[in-house]
Design a protein around this ligand. Structure first.
Ligand code: ZN
Length: 411
């Protein structure tokens, strides 16, 4: 994607004294004179940053401001021990609120709305980001955090929440519970803003239909502010990214080369305004693509498609590379299969065995027919045959946080 003159100017401004302000970048850009970066082509020669680099800077090595300018930290957990700590200045917090309020506006949320926030609060950026944006917009924040379904539903009813914020799996859990209790007509829900988890079209449809609400995908990651750097609009499912704060590139995750607009690859982000911990060419490991052309809504903010997976989610089964999104797509294509699934990969007698558990209302022969159809779809689309296995609705686990769906038991 072409860098705008404003973006290039913001990057150059950020580079002034960056190496003096930040020991992290002094090391990262050793031997590079940042005043030589004058064009987009120059910028594209800079090395990427990785989550591992950020982890090495633990605890506060990422700070590019003196300690007294830091007003807050957030942290991404990471599965491998040492967390990443991101310092924020007051301007960073304000900018994040501005971006998040814009997300709510794109979703049609107004100061009249009552926003039910179920993501967690604390070191994690999610809950507090939803809250910041809500207050900046002037809507009423209901800071629930996750868990305690009884209390969630009581507050949702008593306070007449109109917007539900959460992960897709928690939204589904609440949707099912609302259906089970038959209380939908006592609630005032109109919209759902769903973040921090990749979710398939079928799950989206189910949540949307069961609750009868409009759904929006919000994008972001702790390393770059948190959720709220982009959201889809009413016109389309692709997400507008706030290009006054973030510059987007898409690369081939294997070679690191930029791919043409429209082609899938790994999202790489550069912050344009961030003071506490600027990030330059940060590899997100999120897979998506830039959607070329302008959106019919008229917004000039560029778009990326919904996230289809993570580069590190790729699994190789029977010699075939596979992403969770592809599995999800096949399940969505299979008539009679619901959106919930779980994949188990094992190695037995020298062979990979993949079992796909999916929820279905069907039983007996009908269930067997659905299993066989799914197996044929896998064969046709991925060139490999798993063992699909239908299970009753509600059989597979739902979680308040991210749902793990692919279990590789081979190693
Ligand atoms: Zn749009």
């Amino acid at each position: 994607m072409e860098m705008t003159p404003e973006q290039l100017a913001a990057i150059k401004k950020q580079f002034v004294n960056l190496k003096e302000r930040s020991p992290f970048y002094a090391k990262k850009f050793e031997g590079i004179d940042l005043s030589d970066i004058q064009t987009q082509a120059d910028f594209e020669k800079l090395p990427f940053s990785e989550k591992a680099d950020l982890r090495d800077a633990y605890p506060l090595g990422l700070a590019a401001v003196p300690p007294e300018k830091i007003v807050r930290i957030h942290s991404s957990s990471g599965t491998t021990g040492t967390p990443v700590i991101i310092p924020y200045t007051q301007k960073d917090v304000d900018d994040w609120a501005t971006m998040f309020a814009r997300c709510y506006e794109y979703a049609g949320v107004t100061p009249e709305d009552r926003v039910h926030i179920t993501p967690g609060y604390g070191l994690w950026t999610a809950g507090i980001g939803f809250q910041l944006g809500c207050e900046k917009l002037g809507a009423m924040a209901i800071p629930m955090g996750p868990g305690n379904t009884d209390k969630q539903l009581k507050m949702m009813e008593d306070l007449q929440s109109t917007v539900l914020c959460g992960t897709s799996s928690y939204a589904l859990l609440l949707a099912e519970e609302i259906e089970k209790r038959g209380i939908r007509d006592k609630l005032a829900l109109k919209k759902g803003i769903i973040g921090s988890e990749r979710w398939g079209e079928k799950m989206r449809k189910r949540i949307g239909e069961e609750l009868g609400i409009e759904l929006y995908d919000i994008y972001g990651l702790t390393e770059i502010y948190g959720p709220g750097i982009g959201i889809n609009c009413k016109a389309d499912s692709a997400m507008h990214i706030w290009n006054d704060f973030v510059y987007v590139e898409v690369i081939d995750p294997e070679t690191g080369e930029l791919v043409p607009d429209g082609e899938s690859g790994e999202i790489v982000l550069t912050t344009l305004q961030k003071e506490g911990a600027p990030l330059i060419r940060f590899r997100t490991h999120d897979l998506s693509r830039i959607v070329p052309g302008e959106c019919s809504c008229g917004s000039k903010h560029p778009r990326i498609d919904i996230i289809t997976g993570r580069t590190d989610d790729m699994v190789k089964v029977k010699g075939v590379n596979m992403f969770p999104a592809q599995v999800e797509e096949i399940i969505a294509f299979t008539d009679g299969a619901s959106s919930e699934y779980q994949v188990m990969i094992d190695h037995l007698d020298g062979k990979d065995i993949m079992t796909v558990f999916f929820e279905t209302e069907a039983t007996g022969e009908e269930c067997t027919r659905i299993e066989e159809n799914m197996r044929l779809l896998f064969k046709g689309k991925l060139g490999m045959s798993p063992n699909p296995k239908g299970v009753p609705i509600g059989y597979l686990p739902r979680s308040e946080k991210k749902t793990k769906r692919i279990f590789d038991n081979r190693y």
